[in-house]
Write a protein of this length. Sequence first.
Length: 222
Amino acid sequence: MDQIKSQLLDSIDSIKYGFGTSIHPKAPHQIESFESSALQWKQVHGSKLCFVEIPCQNYGEADGFYTDKPGICISVKTADCVPILIAAKNRPFVATIHAGWKGIYNEIIGALSTIIQKIDGMELDDLVAVIGPAICEKHYQVSPELFKSFKQRFGDVGEIANHIDLKTIASTQLRRIGISKVEILPLCTYHSLSEDNSYLFKSYRRGDRQSRQYSTIEINHN
């Protein structure tokens, strides 16, 4: 499959980005930047977002990153959870979020809003957000108890009983905090196929317990 593309991110010349697949967990055109940045972290389905100032830092437990520094490739790794890439249109700023059901429920997107509001001159309306490949509602069945909890907190969580539409919930939350330009890529980690009919992505629900694909973004050097 050709490089997975986003219309919103393609409209910003100052960045480059990539979504990994089963065959290429790291987007091929960003492997060099990814390896040279060499961030270390452990995702824990929480709501902690870390500022990246220099490459090769160890962040411990974190589920997202943001930076205004060029040449540092930030990323999240997923295998059904929702990867979110964010970029500013008119200033150097990018962010990544790993949003599984726990992160969404515990307001990781709200944590981004808190961070943005503390950055001088930053406006949420200047940001674009792209929701990358993640499991779709049809294949994301949850317990009746979790479904009820999501209904109580978020209202509309999808159209199928005991299934949760994580992508739409994430999109709604991004718009609610003030990011009006949100794109959802129509790819499901559970069932999307490549041209040879093999699975396009790693999927935890499909049995991929030890492997993930990376969603990456960075600010270009001038």
